[in-house]
Design a binder for this molecule. Structure first.
Ligand code: ADP
Ligand code: MG
Length: 249
């Protein structure tokens, strides 16, 4: 058994009468893509918000690489190695793609650039920004100079992932990265996530089951705030309870 890199145990989140997260246990191993699936309203985004620190938990414990991060702020969790992308993109839409990349790198590594003179620092930052864009498939002057808001939807999602990568995460949380993408964009995103897995672990929320079955090392099924089952693609596909409540509908 490979060791666990990231885990949540006994997570609870109550919204008035509704228990959106009901005693959830989930764990992610190094270089694993762990997919989280479930019907609309199952509590997937709530869980990601709890894990990333956007929402405080009512109960439970979150551990990243041996460190209890339950009481850390969202910002501190990013510094600890947990990055997320948003279902709604988080870009500076008027600024160029390149400037978005530069800003993200500067936010995480600003101190490193103080070692350089101003001109060299600008140059080093731009070089890193171009490399970061290339990592997610954003290449060429046309793309890099365009305002981020003018990029095709798929490219905006790629940029969103790049911004999360700027923090050099150990674990990347992706909430429906393929939402609104056409087949070509989805296929490219599958390839991108496959490549990212070489360097980090990914917790992937995704409705596109083809993508999930292609990518996931393990799948957890969330229903009414509870984990119904966790297992390999084959285990989940053949689980009668999963078929009944989710795949069968
Ligand atoms: P999913 O992402 O699986 O579609 P969500 O986590 O968005 O599900 O929502 C789970 C449940 O929690 C839904 O019933 C939703 O209406 C409810 N919910 C989500 N966020 C809030 C909130 N901030 N306040 C009250 N209810 C919420
Ligand atoms: Mg959601």
């Amino acid at each position: 058994m490979r060791k666990t890199l990231f885990s949540a145990t006994g997570l609870v989140k109550q919204f008035h009468e509704l228990r959106a997260t009901d005693n959830v246990d989930i764990d992610v191993k190094p270089n694993e893509v762990h997919a989280l699936i479930g019907p609309n309203g199952a509590g997937k985004s709530t869980l990601v918000n709890l894990l990333s620190g956007l929402l405080p938990v009512d109960a439970g414990r979150i551990v990243l690489d041996g460190r209890d991060i339950t009481s850390l702020s969202a910002h501190q969790r990013v510094r600890a190695g947990l990055s997320r992308c948003f279902q709604v993109t988080n870009l500076f839409k008027q600024s160029s793609t390149l400037d978005n990349l530069r800003l993200a790198i500067q936010a995480h590594e600003g101190n490193n650039f103080r070692l350089f003179g101003k001109r060299d620092a600008e140059q080093a930052l731009t070089t890193q920004a171009i490399a970061l864009g290339a990592r997610v498939g954003l290449v060429g002057d046309a793309v890099l100079q365009a305002p981020a808001g003018s990029l095709p939807h798929g490219a905006q999602r790629q940029l969103d992932i790049a911004l999360a990568l700027a923090a050099r995460p150990k674990v990347l949380l992706l909430d429906e990265p393929m939402a609104g993408m056409g087949p070509d964009e989805s296929a490219r995103t599958v390839e991108l996530i496959r490549k990212l897995r070489q360097d980090m672990a990914v917790l992937l929320i995704e409705h596109d089951m083809d993508a999930v079955f292609q990518l996931a090392d393990r799948i957890s099924v969330l229903v009414y705030g509870k984990v119904l089952a966790t297992g390999t693609v084959e285990q989940i596909r053949s689980n009668p309870r999963v078929q009944e409540v989710y795949l069968g509908t």
